[in-house]
Design a protein around this ligand. Structure first.
Ligand SMILES: [Zn+2]
Length: 381
């Protein structure tokens, strides 16, 4: 094993032994800030930790000065893990690292954290010409991306780089959907269903009518929508007064997401109109409350973007085939894309993440490091 690989492995093993489930990132935040300082970086910790309940103060940002004139290259990885992530006992085998089967391994995303730390060490010891590098270690990615959502981007100068938080090395995620969560409350009018149903407005019927008119499922190549939850009603003899629905829409194109969201709203409003009626001489209209929560923005990096091209070139040199792909989910790249960053997401050789069968394939992990290294070395802007 090469010296760099041994360092990378040791750093990874130290990291996974630190408990850092989401909201408990205090210890790992202190550890990585200390490591970055030891490696000669200027380190700042923002105040993102005040925005949600966590043991950490904030996201960690490490600044490595460049030896060539260029905008900084940004590397992003997250410090938190899913559960069960406490007391990880990594088992190093010939070709992979696993946990003991009782916990996750935490390669998601400590493989990324280790890669960024080792990159800094490598650049500092080899005296190679390189651009400035800004390392961003975020909190709470696994639980709604609280860290990147509250990241103090005024501290960061670079706007291009890589997120190191994906599984297979053969995937470079350049597209990811923007997502809206949709919450709807329909308020009808309760009445005795046996005695005077004409005096009621059934929120169930309003909901059913709205959904029947709605385009759902696969809308087009880039857009999907779903109503995932319906709650309401009290008894069979009561015209249902209130129904609560929850759904979502996703699209790789922000404009299409806005269009689909507006369409869903319009269906509920049309249903409310349809079920408006006169009761005891008074016009009664079901009330619709339609709330949209923007979960995250779309990632849409051109396949000809210099960072993408540099990654593909470096991969080829490593004998690795990487395809620029779209993802169906979201990560820090989506949130930061909404804040003006261009960050394709590179796979690091992780498998079965979010399970106790999670593992890190050493061959891919080491190749990914070389790809990141070459991409950074070739970056100039
Ligand atoms: Zn992750």
């Amino acid at each position: 094993m090469k010296e760099t690989q041994q360092h990378l492995l040791n750093t990874f093993l130290s990291l996974v032994k630190i408990d850092s489930e989401s909201y408990n990132e205090g210890k790992i935040q202190a550890f990585v800030a200390g490591e970055l300082k030891k490696l000669g970086c200027r380190v700042q910790v923002d105040n993102a930790g005040k925005k949600f309940k966590t043991t950490a103060k904030g996201n960690v940002i490490g600044f490595l000065p460049g030896t060539i004139k260029s905008a900084p290259f940004v590397l992003v990885a997250h410090l938190d893990t899913v559960t069960p992530g406490n007391g990880v006992k990594p088992l190093v085998q010939k070709t992979e690292i696993t946990s003991d089967g009782k916990t996750i391994l935490g390669a998601d995303d400590k493989a990324g954290v280790a890669t960024a730390l080792e990159l800094v060490r490598y650049l500092q010891t080899r005296k190679l010409p390189h651009p400035p590098v800004e390392i961003v270690f975020t909190l709470c990615e696994e639980n709604g991306m609280g860290g990147s959502k509250n990241l103090d981007i005024s501290l960061i100068k670079g706007r291009e780089g890589l997120v190191l938080d994906h599984e297979e090395i053969n995937d470079l995620l350049v597209q990811g959907p923007a997502v809206n969560t949709i919450e709807v409350t329909i308020k009808g009018l309760a009445a005795h269903a046996g005695v005077c149903p004409e005096k009621g407005i059934s929120a169930v019927e309003v909901a059913a009518y709205a959904i029947a008119q709605m385009k759902l499922g696969r809308i087009d190549k880039e857009t999907v929508a779903n109503i995932g939850l319906i709650q309401g009603g009290k008894a069979t003899n009561i015209v249902t007064e209130e129904v609560y629905l929850k759904g979502e829409a996703r699209s790789l194109a922000e404009a299409k997401l806005a269009k689909q969201t507006a369409h869903m709203k319009a269906c509920f409003e049309a249903a409310a109109k349809k079920f408006t009626k006169k009761i005891n001489g008074k016009i009664c209209c079901p009330k619709i409350t339609f709330n949209v929560i923007k979960r995250y923005s779309a990632v849409n990096v051109s396949k000809t973007h210099p960072v993408v091209k540099a990654v593909l070139k470096a991969a080829k040199e490593q004998g690795v085939i990487i395809r620029a792909n779209a993802s169906g989910g979201g990560c820090d790249a989506n949130v930061l894309s909404g804040k003006g960053f261009t960050l394709p997401n590179l796979g690091l050789g992780v498998r079965n993440c979010h399970t106790v069968h999670e593992k890190l394939l050493l061959k891919e992990f080491f190749a990914a490091f070389e790809i990141v290294l070459q991409t950074v070395l070739n970056y100039k802007k």
